[in-house]
Structures are given as structure tokens and as C-alpha cells.
Design a protein around this ligand. Structure first.
Ligand SMILES: NC(=O)c1ccc[n+]([C@@H]2O[C@H](COP(=O)([O-])OP(=O)(O)OC[C@H]3O[C@@H](n4cnc5c(N)ncnc54)[C@H](O)[C@@H]3O)[C@@H](O)[C@H]2O)c1
Length: 347
């Protein structure tokens, strides 16, 4: 089993990564004697619910799969179930699922009785390499991504690579989008590794995935340890997300997975960096051709600029009406630029 430590000012924790390590959650999770809760979604419950039975001594709350569950109504429902079933300040929540379950269950633990502890057991590639690490929890309001939330760090993250084998290929690709992001924002050698091994990554080769997931967690842990509350460095994780979140919002979360939206966002934000003269032609071409080879539809010409801009204006990082973009500037490095509408759409 691999271990990555995330060191924060007030609490530090381990990210445990391995194959079949979730077979023995009892050993990995100190349940204590209190009433604990596993929060999961219907798909994950259907696939893995029975394997949790050996875990015992918990209540299970099963939500509908999908981004629509990241809503205030589902939060209310979960909190009411926890209260009715006697959850106390010493209870633990185990988030067992993808990023939707992690963000939602994490947020419920952040606010239930002013905060109880929780453990992340992520089951999608995206949640294993990104959303389960770093303590951002939250929900959407009026289709505005993560507009309500809290920083609330888990006690531990338990990552079992075996869960990836049942992921639909579209969900795998969604996670691959965020993997590529780490290479571009932080580690060019890692980007090269991803480009060289993309076929094995798509096939979910255990050995390669173990390395890839661990490297992504290391990078995220290094970034979050330096800037837990996103005052500076942590913003680099948002490369591709300004356009990505706008696309998710404009389509009401119905057209793209989160990672697909981020891939399209990284593509168009790289073009933007090239147009602004921030990145050299050769490196821009290397990023763009790799993203083109992923075979997703990168065309966003059908969305009116004014609509895209309206969604971009909801971004938390914007300053004085200017939209914040994280753009690639050189190998393994990105930089924040603030742009007004004319500069974004070249009017
Ligand atoms: N908190 C953060 O730092 C952070 C970072 C990135 C993304 N996010 C959030 O994460 C969410 C996206 O997460 P996601 O991509 O994991 O989506 P998801 O949670 O919706 O999962 C995708 C689909 O895969 C299914 N699934 C989960 N595990 C499976 C498995 N092992 N086998 C088969 N099917 C499985 C789910 O039921 C769902 O249908 C978004 O809401 C995004 O905003 C949060």
C-alpha cells in the first residue's frame, strides 16, 4: 500500500492508495463506538454495497447518482436522516463514491452539529486523483457550480484502484482530463509520461494507474499544503475550469461530464494563452494536439459569447468584473490572468 501525507496547519492526514485495500475497511477506519454513516449513490451501492456488509455497524444513506444531487434539497434530506437516526458530534461520515458523493457528504459533515469527521473512499478516477483530496466540499445553487460550500478536511482518504475497473469509459476519460491538468500546471515530466502511456491509462492498467493516482495525489497534496484556502497557489488547479464550469452551467449539467468540460476548457484556454502571446507555439501545439487525440468534441462555437461570459462572471475567483483564467505559460507552469469580455472573445 502506498501512502501520501498531506500536511496542513491544523490537521494532517494520510492518503492510502492500493489495490483491493478496501476489502478491509474495518482495519483502515477506526469507527469508534458511535453511530456512523456511509453515504453513497445508487450505482456504487449496486456494484459494491454488499462488500460493505462486512464493515458493519453503520447506517447507509443512498442518493441518486449525478450532479443534480449536489443540491440544498439533498443536503437537507441527508441531515434530517442523520438527525432522525441519532447521529452525534462523535459520529463519522464515510463518503463512498465519486466526486458528487464526496462533495456532498463532505459538506454535510462540515455543517452537521458544526462539523463532524469524515473519511473519503473515492470510487471514480476523478475523485481518486482530485476531489477527495484537499478538503473542498460543497453543492451547486441555481446550476452555479460549488457556489455553497466549506473547507472541511477528511480524516483520511482510502483509494482502491480496483474500483476503476467498473467505471464506464466516459467516466474514465473524465478523470483523465484532470490527470492531464496536473501535468500541464505542475510537472511537465509527468505530462510526457501521460502522453506516452495514454493507451494503458485508458485500459486502466493497474500498475500504471497506481503510479498515476499516487503522483496526482502527491501534486495536489504539495499544492494544498502550501495554500489550503486558495489564496494564491491553489488557484492553479483551476486551469480549464473557467470555460469548463461555464459549459457545465450553460448546459444545465446535462451534456458534459465534469472532466469533459475541463478538457474542452483546457483546449480553449490554451488557444487563448497562445493568442495573448503567453505561451510559445511549439508547446501550445503539443498540448492542443494531445487534447484533440482524446476524441471528444471540442467545438464550443454554438454557445453565444455573451452567454458564456454571463456564466464565467459567476466564478468565485473573478475580481472587479474581470474573469480569472489560469493559463499555461511554459512547460509545467501556469499563470493567472484577469480578462474583460473584449479580451476573452477578441471583440
Ligand atoms: N472538491 C473538489 O476539490 C473537487 C475537485 C474536482 C471535481 N469536483 C466535483 O466532483 C464531481 C464529479 O465527480 P465524478 O466525476 O466522480 O462524478 P460522479 O460522482 O457523478 O460519478 C460519475 C458516475 O460514475 C458512477 N460511479 C462511481 N463510482 C463508480 C465505479 N467504481 N464504477 C462504476 N460507476 C461508478 C457514479 O454513480 C456516477 O454515475 C463534480 O461535482 C465536481 O464539481 C470536486
Amino acid at each position: 500500500m502506498e501512502k501520501v501525507r498531506i500536511d496542513l496547519n491544523e490537521n494532517s492526514y494520510d492518503i492510502l492508495i492500493g489495490t483491493n485495500i478496501s476489502n478491509d475497511l474495518n482495519v483502515l477506519i477506526d469507527k469508534g463506538s458511535e453511530h456512523n454513516f456511509i453515504i453513497t449513490d445508487k450505482n456504487v451501492d449496486r456494484l459494491y454495497g454488499s462488500s460493505l456488509d462486512t464493515f458493519g455497524g453503520y447506517d447507509k444513506i443512498v442518493i441518486e447518482p449525478g450532479e443534480d444531487s449536489k443540491s440544498i434539497h439533498v443536503v437537507t434530506d441527508i441531515l434530517e436522516q442523520m438527525l432522525n437516526k441519532g447521529a452525534s458530534r462523535k459520529s463519522k461520515v464515510i463518503a463512498f463514491g465519486g466526486g458528487v458523493v464526496g462533495d456532498l457528504a463532505g459538506f454535510c459533515s462540515a455543517i452537521y452539529m458544526r462539523g463532524i469527521s469524515f473519511i473519503q473512499v473515492p470510487t471514480t478516477l476523478l475523485s481518486q486523483i482530485d476531489s477527495s483530496v484537499g478538503g473542498k466540499t460543497g453543492i451547486n445553487l441555481l446550476h452555479c457550480k460549488n457556489s455553497v460550500g466549506a473547507f472541511h478536511q477528511p480524516d483520511k482518504v482510502i483509494i482502491d484502484i480496483r474500483f476503476l475497473h467498473t467505471l464506464p469509459s466516459r467516466e474514465l476519460l473524465s478523470g483523465i482530463g484532470e490527470i492531464i491538468k496536473y501535468g500541464i500546471i505542475y510537472d511537465y515530466k509527468f505530462l510526457k509520461y501521460i502522453i506516452e502511456n495514454i493507451d494503458e491509462i485508458k485500459k486502466c492498467n493497474d500498475e500504471i494507474m497506481l503510479y498515476v493516482v499516487k503522483r496526482c495525489c502527491e501534486i495536489k497534496a504539495e499544492i494544498v499544503s502550501q495554500d489550503e484556502k486558495e489564496k494564491g497557489l491553489r488557484k492553479i488547479l483551476n486551469f480549464g475550469h473557467t470555460i469548463g464550469h461555464a459549459l457545465e452551467g450553460i448546459t444545465g449539467f446535462s451534456k458534459y461530464t465534469h472532466g469533459e468540460a475541463v478538457i474542452i476548457g483546457m483546449y480553449h484556454e490554451t488557444i487563448m494563452a497562445r493568442r495573448l502571446g503567453l505561451i510559445d507555439e511549439k508547446y501550445a501545439e503539443e498540448i492542443l494536439s494531445f487534447l484533440e487525440d482524446l476524441n471528444i468534441n471540442l467545438d464550443i462555437g454554438g454557445y453565444p459569447d455573451s452567454e458564456l461570459h454571463r456564466w464565467m462572471l459567476k466564478d468565485k475567483k473573478n475580481i472587479e468584473g474581470k474573469v480569472s483564467f489560469i493559463l499555461p505559460v511554459r512547460e509545467g507552469q501556469v499563470s493567472e490572468v484577469l480578462l474583460d469580455e473584449d479580451e476573452i472573445f477578441l471583440k
